[in-house]
Ligand binder design. Sequence first.
Ligand code: HPA
Length: 274
Amino acid sequence: MSFYDEVQEAAAYCRALIKEEPRIGIILGSGLGALAEEMEETAAVPYAEIPHFPVSTVAGHAGRLLFGRFRGRRVVMMEGRPHYYEGHPMKRLGLPMYLMKFLGVKTLVITNACGAINRDFSPGTLMILEDFINFVSVNPLTGENDERLGPRFPDMSEPYSFRLIERAERIADELGIGYAKGIYAGFWGPYFETRSEIRALGILGADAVGMSTVPETIAANHAGLECFAVGCITNMATGIRKEKHSHQEVLEIADRASAELRRWICEFVARTDD
Ligand code: HPA
């Protein structure tokens, strides 16, 4: 069975379970699951039941697709995300984005937890992603391309839509939400990076580092989805401060920052009708 057919099978499975097709997709990062409380009239579909869907296994990631209304908009939410370090082939990590495309999603909102390389940031800072650097060296588009999923050579000059960034900034200013903007470096994980890796990433222009988001962004752009992404800085990256990292710390800081993020995303979704 071709990858395209797998996507269609996954889409058909979901379509049979939902009342209306979503227009906006939201991916919840580590510790940011509280956003799911905003969903109404929800159908919850465990990843494990969706044909060909990559299943996430990380603490803080529930592993289901939620379909329903969010501030009146038709939304599909990924409650938890699969990562490359869990052993999923890159191509499979892209499947949820193609599934969204064929269900009718136009806009994708990505959230994540990440470490700060930029010393002006601190734990709790919300960072709009302006661009990414893919340090994972592989991506979901290698191999045979199916034009029904997207073009062979997709443009990546605006992976995060300038007009969605502008919309988010306007909303943040109105609501009095502080934010930063920066470049996200996607790294393999699952280990927190070494001091030298972080120093190198900083020299190369990255403001924050994380273990997700980049494969999703690449597949989503290939699929023609318009993307917006915001990262929650949960810690200073290795070597920027002396403390050692823990996943627990990531979850706690993200949980605290998620109230602000929630207000922001709620209004963003409410004003996204295109
Ligand atoms: N590095 C990579 N991923 C992360 C970090 C980090 O410091 N913090 C949260 N996710």
